[in-house]
Design a protein around this ligand. Structure first.
Ligand code: FES
Length: 212
């Protein structure tokens, strides 16, 4: 259960904040009309929003291949523990050739996540789970061929069919124009991820991305 001790200046993640941990596609289906109320339910209190308080998440119990969704500033944040096979797909030329912005050149992430895995630690993806088309919450579909032959895993947005790979990079030819944003975050210990706070010496705010 992702309930952590409160750390200086941060908000603990409680059961209320924890949406799910899964190894496959679960929950969050339907159209924007049904998704936005879900987001609304996930909002932290006004004080927390105003403060933009970071949250601590224990990823130590997240199984390999699993996804956890927590909320931060009212956004669903996807945290995925990517196994080696998933990481290998990120460098597969067949996938890279299908991506709109494979090198993360568009400002949708801090500089420390503008790498091939779009993250601080290769195994952990940390992404704002809001489709850059019209804001639905994409479904986690990590299994091969889940979206048809050649699919190597990623997220699928059922609203209008946008697809993202396992680094949140959007595919060409779908309605969504940009990669999923990467929020500011850092690891404060091997297993505690702090969302909303950059590594020391870095100044990056989620408001500086092109679209969230
Ligand atoms: S909102 Fe995701 S494809 Fe339209």
């Amino acid at each position: 259960m992702p309930v952590q001790e409160k750390r200086g200046g941060t908000e603990p993640v409680t059961r209320r904040d924890f949406i799910y941990v899964a190894t496959g596609a679960v929950a969050f289906v339907g159209t924007c009309a049904v998704v936005w109320p879900l987001i609304s339910q996930m909002r932290p209190d006004a004080e927390t929003i105003a403060a933009g308080a970071p949250i601590d998440v224990d990823v130590g119990s997240l199984p390999s291949g699993g996804q956890m969704i927590v909320k931060w500033r009212g956004h669903p944040i996807f945290v995925v523990n990517r196994p080696a096979a998933a990481l290998a797909t990120l460098q597969t030329s067949a996938v890279i050739g299908e991506l709109a912005d494979p090198d993360s050149k568009i400002m949708q992430q801090p500089e420390y996540a503008a790498n091939w895995h779009r993250s601080v630690k290769p195994e952990f993806a940390v992404l704002v789970g809001v489709c850059t088309h019209l804001g639905c919450i994409p479904l986690y579909e990590p299994a091969k061929d889940e979206q048809g032959p050649g699919w190597l895993g990623g997220w699928f947005c059922p609203c209008h069919g946008s697809k993202y790979d396992l680094a949140g990079r959007v595919f060409k030819g779908v309605p969504a124009p940009y990669n999923l944003p990467v929020p500011p975050y850092r690891f404060v210990t091997d297993r505690i991820l702090r969302i909303g706070e950059n590594p020391p010496g870095v100044n990056f705010g989620i408001e500086s991305v092109v679209q969230v």
